[in-house]
Design a protein around this ligand. Structure first.
Ligand SMILES: [Zn+2]
Length: 64
């Protein structure tokens, strides 16, 4: 699976973020492209991954 925008290979956590924040109708996006689309800093998305991890969300893993 690669980013629909820039073609970068996607990590497991990036796919998880797409399930949470991107309707996936346009294809999955990498962290950088998803941050641009959502107009938030990449750091914010990384924080969200950490939050979902702490909540036990199975869409994310440590050190993906
Ligand atoms: Zn991308």
């Amino acid at each position: 699976m690669t980013c629909a925008h820039c073609g970068k290979p996607l990590t497991y956590n990036e796919l998880g973020l797409n399930k949470k924040y991107n309707g996936a109708k346009d294809g999955a996006l990498c962290l950088g492209c998803l941050a641009q689309k959502l107009d938030v800093p990449q750091e914010r998305l990384l924080e969200k991954i950490a939050e979902f991890l702490r909540a036990g969300c199975l869409l994310f893993v440590e050190n993906s």
